[in-house]
Each structure stands twice: as structure tokens, then as C-alpha cells.
Design a protein around this ligand. Structure first.
Ligand code: ADP
Ligand code: MG
Length: 392
């Protein structure tokens, strides 16, 4: 058993006075390409990372849930018993908002008609919070595994992903697409996955041999960008409407041009839509690069993706632009881009294995010269999706 599981077991015993019975984990994710395409019914190319949320738990015979996160001070307690159609109470204190991800998971299971038993759980995570590597999806997916496990139930990975997304959308109140939860729930070790966000079909493909994926956290937190995100979403919806399609997945560059000529879309809206149409094409092409082992072409597509996210979709920022530009200038780097919703968070770069250690340290040095922020660099392989892990 590793040290982390040991520490968590000890924390569980300290908090609840007994030993846990089982353990589950769910990883964070990084998206190699396919940004702001998920809510347009398009394509993404994520992989799970070697950072996750780990939960140890013990079922209870009553309907009380007690949760201790090693990343938070207070023990959270709530009830999942029947309450005449009332929702589980949301946390009123800002310091307890993290518990809403857990309550939201219990709530969606209740909405599925399940009568839940309670659970004691202790959790720890090493996915950095709020940097775009999806600690929230890791927390939700791991929580659903624990709640289902404690109730003797198993759901498919896809169903768990959908429930986790619903918890974040309808309970926590974040209007995210399915990318994060599906990646965490369904990832395959050593593989990236072409994700079709319309059908939820996932097609794995191995990363080209000899290449490392390097994630660099700019240290810039997204802050209050919810409104920007929602604005981009409505611009995409308006674009699809003007073109007479249900989602931009079905739009073409030619269709966009025609809509512009006919005065149905203004120049700003066309720019947003062009990114989505081009990004879907790039993502399918990137998948083909994986299957043919063409790292150079994949890197070029990542560079183009960044340029469009910066110039057309306008969701990048100084820190992301600097980080990816430095990455591109370093030896062994095939391509680099912002990853996640933008306005801060991380970049992802494709780097030759032999160059990766020097790349990581030179990237950090050069970036720190420009920005005094708590940046971090992670070299990662593609990890497995969520599931139970041995406790002893
Ligand atoms: P991201 O998913 O990019 O990391 P979000 O803002 O979507 O950023 O989710 C981060 C939130 O998820 C945190 O603020 C916290 O509420 C919750 N969270 C994630 N991991 C943990 C953890 N290990 N312990 C407690 N809360 C966590
Ligand atoms: Mg999140």
C-alpha cells in the first residue's frame, strides 16, 4: 500500500474512530486538443493524468454522510435520507462550498430514485484545485463511486460521468460540458481518447512513442470568468441558430461565410464560430496523428489551436500566451497550447522524452522571469480512469 493511502487511512481513523472498508480513485484530466468544442456537440482529445482524488470509506447503517477532505479544515456532515422531495441543503458558508460537490452527487442519486445509506469518507487529492485539470470532476466521479460502492451498486462509467456532470450543472451550478467527467470516468491507461460529445463515443489511441506530455500551470487563477464562459456559449448557440443547425458541430466554414454575407452573423460572432469549426477539424486530424504516430503534425495542430483560442475565441491571457510561446522556443518541443476553458490555468506541451527534464526546468525559469506567480510543471503519462483501488 502506498504512503498516501496509509495517511488517508490514518486520517479516516482519526476522524471516525474505525478503519475504512474500501477505496476508490478518480483522475484529473488534460485535454490535448478540442477546446470549447464539447458544448458544441463536437470533438475533444483528452487523457487522464497521474493526479487524482482518492477516497477511503465505510458504509453506515443510517442515512448520515460524514466527509473529511485532507485539503479542508472542517468535517462536513449531512443527511441523505428521504425528505419529501426536498433537495439536500446547499452549504451556506463559503468555506464549506467544496462539500457541495459531494452533496450534489448524493442529490442526483436520490433523483434517480435510489434510497441511499449513509457513508463515512475521507478524501485527499493532488489535482491542483481550480487550475483547469478538473479536480472538481475527479471529486465528483470518485464520490459517485464511493456512494455507489457503499450502497452495493455499480453503474457504467458513462452513466457515472453523466450523473457527475448533472451534479455540477444542477446542484453546484456550474454550466460545464461532459468533457471533464467523461475523461475521469472512462479514461484508458496509456491512451488519449477521441471523444465525440454528441454520441459520447470514446475511441482510445496511444500517445506516440518517445513523447511526453508536459503540463505547465501558469499560477493565474481564472477568477470570476463564469460570465465570459457563458457569453461564449451563447455566442456559439446564436451562431448555430443563424446557420440553421442544432449545434456548431454541423457548421462549415462555407456556411459561416454565407451567413456573414447574408448579414445573419456579425464579424465577432463569425470569429467565435470559426474557431469551433476549425477546432473540430483539428481534433479529428490530431486523432489521426495519434493512430499514425505522427507527433510533429500533432504538435502543429496544438500550436494552431492556441492561436485560434487567443485570436478568434479570445479566451487566452498574457500568462498562457507567454507560457506556450516559451515552450515552443525550447528544444524538443513539438507543440504547445492553453488547455481548459482559458483565462488562466494550464498549458499542455508535447515534448521529446529525452528533452523533457531540461524542458520542464527551462520553462519554469523563463516563465518566472516574466510572472511572479505560483507556477508548477508536471510531466505526466496517460492514467487509467476511475474505479476501486486496493485498500490493503
Ligand atoms: P478545476 O476543476 O479546474 O480544478 P473547479 O473550480 O471546477 O476547478 O473545481 C475546484 C473545486 O473542487 C475546489 O474549489 C473545491 O471546492 C473542489 N475540490 C476539488 N478537489 C478537492 C479536494 N481534494 N478537497 C476538497 N475540495 C475539492
Ligand atoms: Mg472543474
Amino acid at each position: 500500500m502506498d504512503q498516501r493511502t496509509n495517511e488517508l487511512r490514518a486520517a479516516f481513523k482519526h476522524a471516525f474512530g474505525s478503519d475504512p472498508q474500501a477505496a476508490v480513485r478518480a483522475p484529473g484530466r488534460v485535454n490535448l486538443i478540442g477546446e470549447h468544442t464539447d458544448y458544441n456537440d463536437g470533438f475533444c482529445l483528452p487523457m487522464a493524468i497521474e493526479r487524482d482524488v482518492l477516497i477511503v470509506y465505510r458504509p453506515r447503517s443510517d442515512t448520515t454522510v460524514r466527509v473529511q477532505s485532507l485539503q479542508q479544515k472542517n468535517l462536513e456532515i449531512f443527511d441523505v435520507g428521504p425528505s419529501e422531495g426536498k433537495r439536500i441543503h446547499k452549504s451556506s458558508q463559503v468555506s464549506a462550498r467544496w462539500a457541495d460537490y459531494i452533496k450534489g452527487c448524493a442529490q442526483v442519486l436520490r433523483e434517480e430514485g435510489l434510497k441511499l445509506h449513509g457513508i463515512d469518507m475521507a478524501l485527499t487529492g493532488d489535482v491542483p484545485l481550480g487550475s483547469g485539470l478538473s479536480s472538481s470532476a475527479a471529486l465528483e466521479v470518485a464520490t459517485l463511486h464511493a456512494l455507489l460502492g457503499a450502497n452495493g451498486l455499480t453503474f457504467s462509467a458513462e452513466k457515472i460521468a453523466k450523473l457527475a456532470q448533472r451534479a455540477e450543472n444542477t446542484y453546484v451550478g456550474i454550466n460545464c460540458g461532459i468533457l471533464d467527467q467523461l475523461s475521469s470516468a472512462c479514461a484508458v491507461q496509456g491512451q488519449a481518447m477521441l471523444m465525440d460529445c454528441r454520441t459520447l463515443a470514446l475511441t482510445p489511441a496511444p500517445l506516440p512513442k518517445g513523447l511526453s506530455v508536459v503540463i505547465a500551470d501558469t499560477g493565474k487563477r481564472r477568477g470570476l470568468v463564469e460570465s465570459q464562459y457563458n457569453e461564449r456559449r451563447s455566442q456559439c448557440e446564436a451562431g448555430a441558430k443563424a446557420l440553421g443547425v442544432s449545434h456548431l458541430r454541423d457548421a462549415t466554414m462555407h456556411g459561416l461565410w454565407q451567413a456573414r454575407q447574408a448579414g445573419k452573423l456579425d464579424a465577432a460572432a463569425v470569429k467565435r464560430c470559426e474557431h469551433v469549426v476549425a477546432e473540430n477539424g483539428r481534433t479529428v486530424a490530431a486523432f489521426a496523428c495519434l493512430t499514425s504516430g505522427n507527433g510533429e503534425a500533432l504538435g502543429q495542430l496544438m500550436d494552431q489551436s492556441h492561436a485560434d483560442l487567443r485570436d478568434k475565441f479570445e479566451v487566452s491571457c498574457r500568462e498562457l500566451d507567454d507560457m506556450s510561446a516559451i515552450a515552443r522556443s525550447l528544444p524538443g518541443c513539438l507543440g504547445s497550447r492553453m488547455t481548459g476553458a482559458g483565462f488562466g490555468g494550464c498549458t499542455v506541451s508535447l515534448v521529446r522524452d529525452e528533452s523533457a527534464p531540461a524542458f520542464a526546468s527551462e520553462l519554469a525559469t523563463a516563465y518566472k522571469r516574466l510572472h511572479d506567480l505560483p507556477m508548477a510543471v508536471y510531466v505526466t503519462r496517460a492514467a487509467a480512469g476511475a474505479g476501486p483501488v486496493p485498500l490493503a
